[in-house]
Design a protein. Structure first.
Ligand SMILES: CC(C)(COP(=O)(O)OP(=O)(O)OC[C@H]1O[C@@H](n2cnc3c(N)ncnc32)[C@H](O)[C@@H]1OP(=O)(O)O)[C@@H](O)C(=O)NCCC(=O)NCCS
Length: 229
């Protein structure tokens, strides 16, 4: 389909320049090395393959989170979302989780979603921490607005970080946002934000070469212990 670039220029929201997220490596409790890096826009179709099966996992709110994340990533890919970024977690190239977010404005970040595919290793917690690190330390923002769609998310973000409740409606359905301030981030950092830089070159090359996506059944089984439909 030919793209009318003149019309596209009107449809595409203006984008602010965003500092890159420097990749890091985290050694997980099982000894595996998790590379956390920024996804490239052209990698979105691969990410969508991993998100798609979660739309049908009616457990731990994977369905609603997956459906929203799918739409947001597609929005980024098609230039229909403003100032979005996505960080991925990979073990030996395999995608084990992802987070996305956007700059609401220069000062405020709007946290979107966190999805863990490999479970029981705090992959989601580490990726969420990386997302906060990006907003505060690399994008230089003052605060991040956050909501939780699931009880596990609520435990991981609101309780573990002691987030401040506010009455600011969040983009995700208008629920009142919780806030991570710079101060709260740096207070939580020694406890929650981990990882080493630089990532050894061969590990980084492996992660950048390809995002490997497990097949649908493997994803369903990893997430919810389900086999088949
Ligand atoms: C929220 C989320 C990102 C947290 O990821 P995480 O930090 O890697 O944590 P896990 O999901 O692996 O584990 C959460 C808990 O469930 C338990 N758990 C592990 N494997 C599990 C499985 N296959 N099924 C159910 N529970 C499992 C863990 O033991 C853990 O318990 P703990 O809180 O006492 O440590 C992840 O649960 C997720 O993607 N959930 C669905 C989407 C979602 O809710 N996103 C956040 C929206 S606010």
């Amino acid at each position: 389909m030919a793209v009318d670039m003149e019309l596209e220029a009107v449809l595409r929201p203006p984008e602010a320049p965003q500092a890159p997220y420097p990749p890091k490596v985290i050694t997980l409790a099982n000894g595996k090395r998790l590379v956390v890096r920024e996804a490239r826009r052209e990698e979105v179709p691969t990410l969508l393959e991993a998100v798609h099966p979660t739309l049908f996992i009616h457990k731990d709110y994977y369905d609603i989170v997956g459906a929203r994340l799918y739409a947001e990533l597609l929005g980024w890919y098609t230039h229909r979302t403003q100032n979005e970024f996505c960080l991925v977690g990979q073990i030996e190239g395999l995608l084990v989780g992802m987070v996305n977010s956007r700059m609401y404005n220069a000062k405020t970040g709007m946290s979107l979603h966190t999805l863990a595919i490999d479970r029981g290793l705090r992959v989601g917690a580490h990726l969420f921490a990386a997302k906060m690190e990006h907003h505060i330390e690399y994008l230089g923002q003052d605060e991040v607005l956050i909501v939780a769609e699931s009880p596990i998310g609520f435990r991981r973000w609101m309780i573990e970080y002691g987030l401040e409740p506010t009455d600011i409606p969040h983009e995700l359905g208008g629920a009142p946002s919780y806030r991570l301030t710079r101060e709260l981030y740096f207070k939580s950092k020694p406890r929650l934000v981990v990882g080493d830089r630089p990532v050894p070159q061969e590990l980084l090359d492996e992660a950048l070469r390809e995002i490997v996506v497990a097949d649908e059944d493997a994803i369903r089984e990893k997430i919810a212990g389900l086999k088949g439909r």
